[in-house]
Design a protein around this ligand. Sequence first.
Ligand code: PEP
Ligand code: MG
Length: 536
Amino acid sequence: METCKGTKIFDGIAIGSIFYYKKHENNVERKRVEDIEAEITRYENAKKKAIEQLNALHEKAVVEVGEINAQILEVHAMMLEDDDYNDSIHNLIKNQGINAECAVATTGDNFSEMFANMDDEYFKARSVDVKDISERVINVLGGGHGADELKEPCIIAAEDLAPSETVQMDKTKLLAFVTRHGSTNSHTAILARTMSIPALIKVDIKEEWNHKTAIVDGYTGTLIIDPDADTLISYREKQKRDEEQKQLLLDLKGKETVTKSGQKVHLYANIGNVSDLGAVLQNDAAGIGLFRSEFLYLGKSTFPTEEEQFSAYKQVAETMAGKRVIFRTLDIGADKQADYFQLGNEENPAMGYRAIRICLNEPEIFKTQLRAMLRASNYGKIAIMYPMITSLDEIRDIKKIMTEVKEELSTLGVPYDDVEQGIMIETPAAAMISDLLAKEVDFFSIGTNDLTQYTLAVDRQNNRLDRFYNPHHEAVLRMIRMVVENAHKEGIWAGICGELGADMSLTDTFLKMGVDELSVSPGLILPLRKKIRDAE
Ligand code: PEP
Ligand code: MG
């Protein structure tokens, strides 16, 4: 039995087998090989395995997102069989006597560049795909196991996890996350909270733990590898007590979120995927306060189409059956990267080219999303919210684009509703001019995760700064108070959708401030409802 400590991200107990998630290193080493035939066989075996992975993913995707959207995986499998691609790899191994990884990487780069330089848009788009398939083969060659291979429910142990990786994982197979890197405010941490699964960061993980039985104790931040029989029994009992507690909270389903003195709060859920809807319903959220739409863009090799987006938004709107659903427009950039956006490296990505800045610079991407959202308004009660706002000019530009999109839809005879439009208050600039912004929009939703990072000048991704990342800082709390007051002066509502909204040590403070809405991870809705119902 081996015990180690980490920083806890989400409460709970998980017991299961560890899956050591190993991603390949991007920098492929060039090595000389003696046995050319053996190297070619190594490549052929890796290719075969990559095709098997793609076929399995394709089957899964057909069920989850439909045949049309799953087609890209079939195309990837076919590309791996392409004669020119394979000839190039075989020739490099034979003629230059180099390792398969290097031959695949070189071929991938060459083909990708060739596609990128073509005039035809279809071939241009294949540039990213050929890189993708090459990386998959290199990953297999390096003994890496993709998390899309999860077969049994397991505890994922990884050095680090990017949102683009977690988004590809089969959520029904995840018992817990344990990582070496990452910060408490990263999007992977938020994902663990959304899924209500225990998670730890800053754990000194080891590859040799792969497939070993382990216990993750999200209450104390402990990971136990190969637990002895007594420890297992005692943790199974703890897990059972947890379940019983959860059952007690279920009695609050269907009850109002109101204090003893009658102050009502809209208690909504934060989600990033259609697959989170089950948790929203189970936990009886009164609506969805934040749908992080960027997750539809992550883990893909090309932009999601309008139809693909529409089908997701429609499903959310329909499932919520008339309850308010707030879709946040694309908030890509910083830690949420998708290669095909080609955002490039930035010195300071959190303050870089991201979110609404990309949308205003590339209106076609924005318009596609707005069209899909407006079309979905026909199937439920939806609202649209814009991230990373800093100025009135941005609102003016957004409104102009929105008017164009509405006109286009009207011309085509496509029905849509006049949806509520709100903004995230997550920059100090937006908080400071919230009196002016309140005249322009229908609601505010305070993003305390980013508001804290920008107010305190503390990068939320940097785990060395966790002790300085203090959302309880008076500067942050004053801004929240000011934003709520300014909203109410203009007769609009203000909520909190950042992680601080679920911080029960501040619930009384938020109630006193008059916060109208709190949007939190689905698993925290019922505990927070209890807290509010117990408040005076
Ligand atoms: C926030 O910044 O508080 C927020 C809710 O947005 P995200 O965490 O997705 O940046
Ligand atoms: Mg944010």
